[in-house]
Design a protein around this ligand. Structure first.
Ligand SMILES: *Cc1c(COP(=O)(O)O)cnc(C)c1O
Length: 642
């Protein structure tokens, strides 16, 4: 809970527009280098590759896209954000290598599972080319994607995950085309399959071995590290794999050690500890005579979603530069100590590379208020609880705020009980509720001016408005639903005016889980989001940031809301933007076929029912066209509110 949950009416203690977005939403902490506020109070996109160029108004982009027929909800991918992150990680490693005198190089790979979309992978390959950046495949389909790209000749393709003979065959044969495809052995059993395929093809593989580290990292993904993680081998299994390879005369094929640190590692010292442990294995394997040349440290580089710079689930206490420096330094020292040549460093950072490059933008459809601007007068014959409620207005003051809140809630609850038992009419009840809601409006306005107790704050939080929004949490923000992921969310416009409402967000699905009620604000995590009253005749947009990692493919078809429209843009030097690619969201007909309905059959059945109704004279023949086009328009349209 963060201080007083409600904003004072007309309280404009804040000056510059930048200042409001920063002091209220903490934009400068989580959005720095990427987002700003324009003079008009719009969220602006900064080109991180050219930060001095004019910032591009995000609401302006959305309204331009709308003119071109791309409606909200829309997932916006910003190409320059992606390019900047790829440069950042590669250049940070290069810089740390240079500075510390590390003798090896860095060859990163992008783990395809984090965002498999063609538009994203194609760009990653393009932006990564100068750095010989490669790809990581965790499954056969992902390997098929990787092999459909022309990678630089010294880039890697690292194959992780469970592999069958077909997977292994393709990986080995791809080397004939010049790919450096490494098969990372996950288990002793997998080695047997590899040996069979090697026998069959008469070709040597490029091998890696996945070592399970005992070090457990903290955070949301703690389970993906340590003793009980599902992948990798322990020391005993490693020994048997090495012995087996030696027996088969293939030990020289084992070039890479893989030790995945986990995901979204919150504490940089966990990184150091885990890397240190990985180095010990590396040194021991070298001592065993394994010709290792590459040390792959997997994923784990975290994103500071909340900007708090803390070792917590949605934040990290380090920067990408610090991560790279620590990795290089730790490996350098460990190898020097063991008297081993510095290996080529590989990491498989996914989240940190793509998270910031996508944002979800949606419009607010309507508001449910839990207060009222005015109240009706009690009437002759009303139950006495109604004038009792109205009387609270008379003694409401800063000093008696809690008392008034208690009284009002008591009278309102009693009134509801009487209504249920039949002693109060619907009209009386409506009057009572309105009087109560008006009281709450006055209490919300007073609350910021006094020291409120936690109990009062909690009660007032329950009176936050609900903004009903045009998106599906299950389709577009699955981690918010599944693991309480926090993404920064802010209004895209009007940021030079102090917001006058507090809200929680509800999505368009009919599921009560489809809501967002944890927000990152400047002073911490809050159960409600400050926003403006909805404008009369114009859209009010909200943006959810840093959704480029994992969200797109993890999303599901709850209520059959499909993929949103997607637009990939590039920021221009003059403050405008270029639309690089547009992907129309799913139509209803598409989502129907995902669940095995044939849309043509649906149309046929509907048409038959229409014709039968005409035969039975329940429908005029002239109405046939109207019904059929209503059905067809729906089936061909967007699944979201239009
Ligand atoms: C998921 C995964 C990654 C990506 O992890 P991030 O935390 O997103 O960087 C890397 N390597 C392997 C083996 C993975 O399973």
């Amino acid at each position: 809970m963060t201080g007083s949950p409600h904003l004072a009416e007309g309280d404009t203690g804040l000056g510059a527009t930048d200042c409001l977005a920063n002091s209220l939403y903490g934009l400068d902490r989580w959005g720095h280098d990427l987002l700003s506020v324009t003079e008009d109070g719009d969220v602006g996109l900064i080109n991180p590759l050219q930060p001095d160029h004019p910032h591009v108004s995000l609401p302006q982009i959305i309204s331009d896209l709308k003119e071109r027929g791309v409606h909200t909800p829309v997932l916006l991918r910003v190409s320059s954000f992606l390019e900047s992150e790829i440069r950042r990680i590669n250049e940070s490693f290069a810089e740390a290598i240079e500075r510390t005198g590390y003798k090896g190089s860095y060859r990163g790979v992008f783990p395809i599972k984090v965002n498999q979309q063609a538009q994203v992978i194609d760009r990653i390959v393009e932006f990564g080319r100068p750095f010989s950046y490669g790809l990581e495949a965790g499954s056969k389909p992902e390997l098929v994607i990787a092999l459909a790209h022309r990678l630089p000749k010294d880039a890697l393709i690292v194959c992780n995950g469970v592999k069958d003979a077909e997977f292994i065959r393709l990986a080995i044969l791809s080397r004939k085309l010049g790919f450096n495809t490494v098969i990372v052995l996950e288990s002793a059993k997998e080695l047997e399959t590899v040996l069979e395929v090697v026998q069959e093809l008469g070709e040597e593989p490029l091998l890696g071995v996945r070592v399970k580290l005992a070090n457990q990292i903290s955070g949301n993904w703690a389970e993906s590290s340590g003793d009980r993680s599902s992948f990798g081998m322990n020391s005993d299994q490693l020994i048997s794999v090495i012995d087996r390879l030696r027996d088969e005369g293939l030990l020289h094929c084992l070039k890479l050690q893989h030790s995945h640190l986990g995901s979204q590692v919150p504490d940089v010292n966990d990184v150091r500890r885990a890397v240190g442990e990985a180095c010990r294995y590396f040194a021991e394997l070298k001592r065993e005579g394994v010709a290792l040349t590459h040390l792959d440290l997997g994923g784990g580089l975290g994103v500071d979603y909340t900007g708090e710079k803390k070792a917590t689930e949605n934040s990290v206490n380090y920067s990408p530069e610090e991560y790279c420096a620590n990795v290089v330094e730790t490996v350098g020292y460990a190898m020097d100590e063991a008297g081993i040549e510095h290996p080529t460093l590989v990491t498989e950072s996914g989240r940190a590379v793509v998270a910031t490059s996508s944002m979800l933008i949606f419009d607010v459809l309507e508001a449910t208020h839990y207060d009222a601007p005015t109240a009706p007068e009690p009437q002759e014959g009303d139950h006495h609880l109604i004038p009792d409620l109205a009387a609270v207005h008379g003694y409401l003051s800063e000093e008696r705020l809690q008392e008034c809140l208690n009284d009002a809630t008591f009278y309102r609850d009693e009134l509801r009980a009487l209504f249920r038992r039949g002693y109060v009419s619907l009209r009386e009840m409506a009057r009572g509720e309105q009087i109560y809601l008006h009281l709450m409006a006055r209490i919300k306005a007073l609350a910021p001016k006094v020291e409120t107790t936690e109990e009062v704050d909690a009660q007032l939080e329950k009176l936050a408005d609900i903004y009903h929004c045009n998106f599906s949490l299950f389709q577009s923000l699955p981690d918010v639903w599944a693991i309480d992921q926090i993404h920064p969310i802010i209004p895209l416009q009007n940021l030079n005016t102090l917001p006058d409402r507090r809200v929680v967000l509800s999505d368009i699905t009919c599921d009560s889980d489809g809501k967002v009620d944890r927000f990152i604000l400047a002073d911490g995590i809050s159960p409600s989001l400050p926003v403006h009253s909805l404008p009369e005749n114009e859209p009010y947009y909200l943006g959810v940031f840093f959704v480029g990692a994992y969200q797109e493919t993890l999303g599901d078809l709850h209520n059959l809301f499909g993929d949103t429209n997607v637009a990939t843009i590039d920021l221009r030097d003059d403050g405008g933007f270029d639309l690089l690619h547009e992907q129309e969201g799913d139509t209803i007909s598409e989502v129907l076929s995902y669940v095995e309905f044939d849309p043509r059959d649906c149309v046929d059945v509907f048409r038959k029912m229409v014709d039968e109704a005409i035969s039975a004279k329940n429908l005029k023949a002239s109405e046939r066209k109207l019904l059929m086009s209503a059905y067809r328009d729906s089936i061909n349209g967007y699944t979201y509110y239009e």
